[in-house]
Design a protein around this ligand. Structure first.
Ligand SMILES: NC(=O)c1ccc[n+]([C@@H]2O[C@H](COP(=O)([O-])OP(=O)(O)OC[C@H]3O[C@@H](n4cnc5c(N)ncnc54)[C@H](OP(=O)(O)O)[C@@H]3O)[C@@H](O)[C@H]2O)c1
Length: 260
């Protein structure tokens, strides 16, 4: 969610009237919501509230996954599954900002356009030979997987020796199983990512926030919101995600927030 702070406890880093983005366990489909300071960030003037609502869960997760957990560095390469989705487009923009080459895997030509818009170096349809595209460049350093399911084996085969499989989510609905000889034989790392880990570790949270903020200020991060729907169409918004029709981020617009 994103909006203005209406009240903040004494000693909080935020004050009434601050523009913020936040995440809350109990949901943000409301005109007024509460969130802990640990999952609240100041919102740059470069982003409007609709973009701000797209920030935390997607960009903080992607930054945590790529930089802190996945140790990706400038000049390396990464294949991204679900690349036109919320976390996928965030990962592509962050990669472009950090000098990481990307192969985006998406299911439709329309989604290929979204991945290109997010800065993908190369886009391959999920039904085409994305493993071959990765192997053609000697294998990628990392695979960022938000989809899971039956792609996992070819994801591992897409990695170069010593590569990293970064497990972020299972949008396909299937949690894959792998035989660990795949990991042993090619010295692969399988890296789990759970972003809320950062919320109880202030130093980790600060590194993510500073890293994301820097990329926002450089103009690298600009959330791609293809649908912003009013609250009364919340069911339609959820259906877009469920039916795999969402492009970039789907946002619910409640009432235009006014500064208290
Ligand atoms: N670990 C964490 O801390 C963390 C944080 C945030 C999100 N997540 C998880 O990461 C995953 C992705 O989140 P998101 O916000 O990027 O979701 P999203 O916007 O819905 O994108 C998910 C993508 O997955 C692909 N997909 C493949 N099979 C699908 C299916 N059966 N149904 C729906 N999508 C399917 C779709 O791309 P194509 O159609 O192009 O294949 C879609 O664009 C979710 O599982 C979410 O729970 C984890």
């Amino acid at each position: 969610m994103a909006g203005y702070v209406r009240s903040a406890p004494h000693g909080s880093p935020f004050k009434v009237g601050d523009r913020v983005a936040a995440c809350t366990d109990i949901g943000a489909w409301a005109e007024v919501a509460s969130a802990p300071a640990s999952s609240t960030v100041r919102l740059s003037d470069r982003l409007n509230f609709t973009e701000g609502a797209s920030l935390l869960l997607n960009y903080h997760t992607a930054y945590f996954a790529m930089v802190l957990r996945g140790r990706l560095r400038r000049g390396e390469s990464m294949l991204v599954h679900g690349a036109a989705g919320g976390v996928g487009t965030a990962a592509l923009q962050i990669a472009a900002g950090l000098g990481i080459e990307t192969i985006a895997v998406v299911s439709t030509p329309e989604k290929a356009g979204v991945a290109r818009q997010a800065g993908a170096s190369q886009v391959v349809l999920a039904d085409d030979d994305w493993k071959g595209a990765a192997q053609g460049r000697g294998g990628v350093h990392a695979v960022l997987d938000t989809v899971g399911g039956d792609r996992v084996l070819d994801s591992m085969r897409s990695l170069r020796e010593g590569g990293r499989l970064i497990v972020v989510g299972f949008a396909s609905g299937e949690i894959p199983e792998v035989r660990l000889n795949r990991v042993l034989l090619r010295n692969l790392d399988v890296i789990g990512v759970e972003w809320t880990y950062a919320l109880t570790r202030p130093a980790v949270n600060q590194r993510i926030t500073e890293g994301v903020d820097l990329l926002v200020e450089k103009g690298v991060i600009k959330p791609l919101v293809h649908r912003a729907l009013p609250l009364k169409k919340a069911a339609e918004a959820a259906t877009l995600l469920e039916e795999r029709r969402a492009l970039g981020k789907v946002v619910l617009e409640i009432n235009a927030p006014h500064r208290p």
